[in-house]
Design a protein around this ligand. Structure first.
Ligand SMILES: [Ca+2]
Ligand SMILES: [Ca+2]
Length: 326
């Protein structure tokens, strides 16, 4: 008996030491990282906020095949971000309120490091939307993903998660917006974002993203996805179809088959049209030709003082009147 007690104490000690120290893989950690019933009924706080900023929403968890919870401003929320068995706290506070101009802070505090919360500030925002997700069932963290918008309809997407070595929380951000994360969220498919590119005109693009140690990354393998992006036009100019460009210079393109494989080359003559359909934002775009054929073009994007978008080595401005947004 004594021996058994000793073993138990040793195990408890090991567990407590391990709590904040590294990529501790809990025994059965990732499939169901958090007790979902804990969070479906009420905000997970013992002392509810005195003045609920909205109805105590807490309709948070929609857990299909991946963990997914929407957060509400002003309501502290518990989830085991570092999967050490102790619930951690996530809260978004509106620290300065204006009609269209708010400052928010999101704070993630691990139970094992109460004196080292990670705070992320958002200033001059219209709004903020946030979720706790499990983007990768096989890593040692849940992901706090949030999106806010501010002046001139600009957006930022940010995330807080554990470092790969499990030692601390980190955050990263990117120029994107998350309009919604559907109830069917899965780490494999990722979540929908809007992002904006200037290839063949300024376009908002919707894309499936997920997060990993390197930041926001394209989610691969989502069902029904024909490429990393599906494009729809940003209404820069008036017009029936402002994304269709009439060529001022002939353009060499690569028609593709239904699998996206190039089948040859074709030259689109001056006066004919191309309409952007897909792009990876950096190396290629798919355009629809006037006869409906889909074709790829090679794209090169240069940055800094030499900013430019080049198609077959030629600045895209030479091919057509390109509708840019400011
Ligand atoms: Ca924890
Ligand atoms: Ca995970």
């Amino acid at each position: 008996m004594k021996r058994i007690i000793t073993v138990i104490i040793a195990a408890l000690l090991a567990a407590s030491l391990a709590a904040c120290t590294g990529p501790v893989k809990p025994a059965e950690p990732t499939d169901k990282p958090v007790e979902t019933e804990q969070v479906t009924d009420a905000p997970a706080t013992e002392e509810p906020t005195e003045e609920p900023t909205a109805e105590p929403t807490a309709e948070p968890v929609v857990d299909n095949d991946s963990y997914y919870t929407k957060l509400e401003v002003g309501i502290p929320y518990e989830a085991d971000i570092d999967l050490d068995g102790a619930p951690d706290t996530i809260v978004i506070n509106n620290v300065r309120e204006g009609e269209y101009d708010n400052d928010y802070t999101i704070t993630v505090t691990r139970a094992c490091a109460p004196d080292k919360p990670l705070k992320y500030s958002m200033t001059h925002c219209y709004d903020v939307f946030a979720w706790v997700l499990d983007c990768d069932k096989d890593d040692n963290t849940l992901d706090v993903v949030f999106s806010y918008d501010y002046d001139s309809d600009d957006w930022t997407c940010a995330a807080i998660r554990m470092k790969a070595d499990g030692s601390d929380l980190v955050n990263f951000e990117d120029y994107m917006a998350i309009p919604e994360i559907p109830a069917s969220f899965s780490g494999e498919q990722g979540f929908v974002t809007y992002t904006r590119f200037d290839i063949l005109g300024t376009h908002d693009l919707s894309a499936y993203f997920t997060v990993d140690d390197s930041g926001f990354v394209f989610a691969k393998g989502g069902e029904g996805l024909t490429g990393p992006f599906s494009v729809y036009s940003y209404p820069v100019y008036e017009g029936e179809d402002y994304s269709t460009l009439t060529l001022l210079r002939e353009m060499e393109v690569y028609p593709v088959d239904e699998n996206g494989q190039r089948t040859g080359t074709r030259t689109v003559p001056v006066g004919d049209t191309v309409t952007p359909v897909l792009t990876d934002g950096e190396s290629f775009a798919v355009v629809r030709l006037s006869d409906g054929t889909l074709a790829e073009i090679d794209v090169e994007v240069t940055t800094g003082d030499d900013w430019g978008i080049f198609i077959n080595g030629v600045n895209q401005d030479e091919y057509a009147e390109i509708p840019y947004a400011d």
